[in-house]
Design a protein around this ligand. Structure first.
Ligand code: M6R
Length: 365
C-alpha cells in the first residue's frame, strides 16, 4: 500500500535510502564487499578481460554509469548494449568476457533473449535483478539481487538506484582483485559508499524547489539535460523519468556535444537541466552553461554543496546535493531528477503510476 503517499512513485523515491542500505550493508564483511553470493570469486574476477552489460530502458542507463565506474576503478573495458540490439547484431563475444544483464523485473523479453544468446555462445552471465525467482534469476549463472523491495510504479526509481549501487560494488571488487585499486583507496571509497544511504535522504527534504520548477512555464515545451562523464549518464535517466510520467519531451546530451548542432534548439526560456557534480569537469561545464545562457535558456543546475556559491550567479536556479566522493554523486543527483519528473506529472494531472502506453514489465520483444 501507499503508506500515506499520494502515489507509489513518490513512495518509492522516498524508500531509496532504505533500498540502498539493504543492498549494501549485508554484503560488507570485515571491511570488504563480499560478492560471493553473486558469483564473483577471486579466480573468476582475475579471468575477466572485458565486460558486456545488456539491459533495457532505465536499467540500460544504470549500465551507462556502470561502464564509466568499472572502467575507471577496474580498468576493464565495458560495452553497453540494449537487449533488443545485442541479440540481432552478432556482437563480438570472446570467452574471457563476462556478461552482466540488468533488469528490475527479471522478465523483460529483450533482456532474457540477450541472456540466452550469451549463454548459447558459451559465456558466463550474471544477472542483477530485484525479483527473486524471476526468469533471469533462474537462467543466469549467478544473481546479484538488489534489495529494493517490490517496485510498483511503472517509472523505476528505487530499483535503478540499487542497480547503480550493485555496479559500484562490482567495480570496486573487480578493481581490488585485479590490483587496480590500492587497499587505501578501496578503504576510503568503501567508507564513502557507506555514507550514501544516509546522504540520499537529503534531496527529498528539498522538494519545494522541485515542485516550484515543475509548475513553472519552463516545463511546457521541451527540455535538455546536460552533463559530462557520469553526469551525462545520469542525465539520460533523468530525461527518461520526465518523459515517461509527464510526457514532457526531454533529451540528454553530453554537454560538450550540444554545440555541435542541438544548441540551435535553445531559445528564450528553454529549460536546461545542467548536472555539474564532478570537480574535474566543473570548469568545462560552466562554459557549456554560459553557451546556453547566452541563448536565453533557463538553467537549473545540480551541483554538490561545495560548488553552490561558485555556480549560483551564473544559472537561474541551483539545487544542491550533499558533498560526496564525486564517483558516487549519481546516487544522489538522480533523486532530484526523479522528483522533477514526478512533480511535473502531478502538476500536469498525469496518471503518475500508470503512464499511458506503458506497462511495468515489457514481456514482448
Ligand atoms: O524490469 P526491467 O528493469 O528489465 O525493465 C526495463 C525497462 O522496461 C524499464 O526500466 C523502463 O524503462 C521503466 N519504465 C523506466 O522507468
Amino acid at each position: 500500500e501507499k503508506a500515506g503517499y499520494e502515489h507509489f512513485m513518490i513512495k518509492e523515491i522516498n524508500e531509496q535510502p532504505k533500498a540502498l542500505a539493504d543492498t549494501l550493508f549485508p554484503r560488507i564483511h570485515d571491511g570488504k564487499i563480499d560478492l560471493t553470493d553473486a558469483g564473483f570469486s577471486d579466480d573468476m574476477i582475475e579471468g575477466i578481460r572485458k565486460i558486456y552489460i545488456v539491459a533495457c530502458g532505465t536499467a540500460s542507463y544504470a549500465a551507462q554509469v556502470g561502464k564509466y565506474v568499472i572502467e575507471r576503478l577496474a580498468r576493464v573495458s565495458v560495452e553497453v548494449d540494449a537487449g533488443s540490439e545485442f541479440r540481432y547484431r552478432n556482437p563480438v563475444l570472446e570467452p574471457d568476457m563476462l556478461v552482466i544483464v540488468i533488469s528490475q523485473s527479471g522478465e523483460t523479453a529483450d533482456t532474457i533473449a540477450a541472456l540466452r544468446e550469451a549463454k548459447k555462445r558459451g559465456l558466463k552471465v550474471i544477472a542483477i535483478t530485484n525479483v527473486v525467482g524471476s526468469t533471469l534469476s533462474r537462467e543466469a549463472d549467478a544473481v546479484f539481487y538488489t534489495r529494493a523491495g517490490m517496485e510498483i510504479a511503472v517509472a523505476s526509481t528505487k530499483a535503478y538506484i540499487t542497480q547503480l549501487l550493485a555496479l559500484y560494488m562490482i567495480a570496486m571488487e573487480v578493481g581490488r582483485i585485479k590490483g587496480k585499486l590500492a587497499d587505501e583507496e578501496y578503504a576510503r571509497l568503501l567508507k564513502e559508499l557507506e555514507r550514501v544511504p544516509e546522504l540520499s535522504k537529503e534531496p527529498m527534504e528539498k522538494k519545494k524547489d522541485l515542485q516550484k520548477l515543475a509548475s513553472q512555464r519552463y516545463m511546457d515545451q521541451h527540455a535538455f539535460y546536460i552533463g559530462r562523464g557520469l553526469d551525462y549518464a545520469v542525465a539520460m535517466e533523468g530525461t527518461m523519468k520526465i518523459k515517461e510520467v509527464s510526457y514532457i519531451h526531454a533529451e540528454a546530451f553530453s554537454a560538450g556535444e550540444l554545440k555541435h548542432g542541438t544548441i540551435a534548439l535553445i531559445e528564450k526560456n528553454t529549460l536546461v537541466v545542467a548536472l555539474a557534480t564532478q570537480a574535474d569537469l566543473l570548469e568545462k561545464m560552466m562554459s557549456n552553461i554560459k553557451e546556453v545562457k547566452a541563448r536565453g535558456g533557463y538553467v537549473f543546475a545540480i551541483v554538490q554543496e561545495r560548488d553552490a556559491a561558485t555556480v549560483a550567479d551564473q544559472v537561474d536556479q541551483v539545487f544542491t546535493i550533499p558533498n560526496v566522493e564525486d564517483l558516487f554523486a549519481p546516487m544522489l543527483s538522480v533523486i532530484p531528477l526523479q522528483m522533477l519528473g514526478y512533480y511535473a506529472a502531478v502538476s500536469k494531472g498525469c496518471d503518475v503510476d500508470k503512464p499511458r502506453n506503458l506497462a511495468k514489465s515489457v514481456t514482448v520483444e
